[in-house]
Design a protein around this ligand. Structure first.
Ligand code: MTE
Length: 330
């Protein structure tokens, strides 16, 4: 049997971004005063490619306890350093530390995302359009990897629906297909002879999943531009699905009438389905999905917890799968 996902190594405790946390505590304290929150956030720099280069904070609306249900959680955040150094980004290697080691070789400026297929207005968004053309907001989401580890990450981005609407999907648009950059020169994993992935990495969503308010196009985390290893400059985050659906460094978005194939489904369809909804009742053929290891996690303090149906987002998304057999459509 193939082993597409390597098992993870324990992550050690690392100090989190204390300045960011202080700001977040302040935001939570003033959760009743949205105006105060937005004034504080506005004091940060305006979005733009120069901010990306400088690694500065981007202006965004913070998530608070008053945000819509599902957009925020009071669970402890996974420290910034862990989020940046424990990654799956097979374009840079299969070891959890490879993306942090090698992803700086990928150039993200200039960058553009082509949107085409079943849309009335196909076109291209360049990096500046992406960073200045959308209202950025924070979402604090759980990320559950199919390998049974998880994180809590404060992402920054905008709903995918905001992007798709601009290109005016036609009635033929039933699915959305996403492509990661293909760049063999700078992505060493794409040159590897042992890789089972047929590059570029591709993913897909059904149109109603894509339009769900939880589905985020993320351009940063912890208030800062997206680190390359986490999928700069723009990635998908679909919090109720296994992490492999959250495709990184998106280069093209195509709306289609037929269900697109996805990278992991192509490699091992009996292990990784198109839907990939987090589901503790459907085990992976080679391991249990009933529990997960929340990072930071060590050998002596594994921080294990029960996995929740739809990763705890059932209230927001269970209706999308009404009448479906999720043991068959996994
Ligand atoms: N996107 C691309 N292009 N290549 C990848 O290898 N790995 C996926 C997903 N997106 C992957 C990807 C998997 S398996 C997971 S769990 C998440 O990214 C991990 O995101 P993180 O490294 O930011 O935690």
């Amino acid at each position: 049997m193939r082993t597409p996902f390597k098992s993870g190594i324990p992550s050690s405790e690392i100090t989190s971004e204390s300045a960011w946390l202080k700001r977040r505590q302040l935001m939570t304290a003033v959760a009743g005063g949205a105006l105060v929150g937005s004034a504080l956030a506005s004091a940060l720099v305006s979005p733009g490619a120069s901010a990306l280069a400088a690694g500065q904070s981007l202006r965004h609306r913070p998530a608070t306890a008053n945000s819509p249900a599902g957009f925020y959680t009071t669970e402890s955040l996974t420290p910034y350093e862990d989020v940046k150094r424990y990654n799956n980004f097979y374009e840079f290697g299969t070891d959890k530390g490879d993306p942090a080691r090698h992803a700086h070789k990928m150039s993200i400026d200039p960058w553009s995302v082509r949107v085409d297929g079943a849309v009335d207005k196909p076109g291209v968004l360049n990096l500046e359009d992406i960073l200045t053309g959308f209202d950025l907001e924070e979402r604090v989401y759980r990320l559950r990897c199919v390998e049974a580890w998880s994180m809590v990450v404060p992402w920054m981005g905008f709903p995918l629906s905001d992007l798709l609407k601009r290109f005016q999907p036609t009635s033929k648009a039933k699915y959305v297909q996403f492509y990661t950059l293909l760049d063999r020169e700078h992505m060493r994993g794409q040159r590897s002879f042992t890789s089972s992935i047929d590059w570029p990495y591709v993913e897909g969503l059904r149109m109603d999943e894509a339009m769900n308010p939880l589905t985020l196009m993320a351009v940063g985390l912890y208030g800062k531009p997206m680190p390359n290893q986490n999928g700069a400059p723009i990635r998908l985050v679909v919090p109720w699905k296994y992490g492999f659906k959250s495709i990184k460094s998106i280069f093209r978005i195509r709306l289609t009438q037929r269900r697109p194939k996805t990278s992991w489904e192509l490699i091992a369809p009996q292990e990784y389905g198109f839907y990939a909804n987090v589901n503790p009742q459907v085990d992976h053929p080679r391991w249990s999905q009933k529990t997960e290891r929340r990072l930071p996690s060590t050998l002596f303090s594994p921080n294990r917890r029960d996995t929740l149906m739809f990763n705890g987002y059932g209230e927001q998304v269970a209706h999308l799968y009404k009448g479906m057999d999720l043991t068959r459509d996994y």
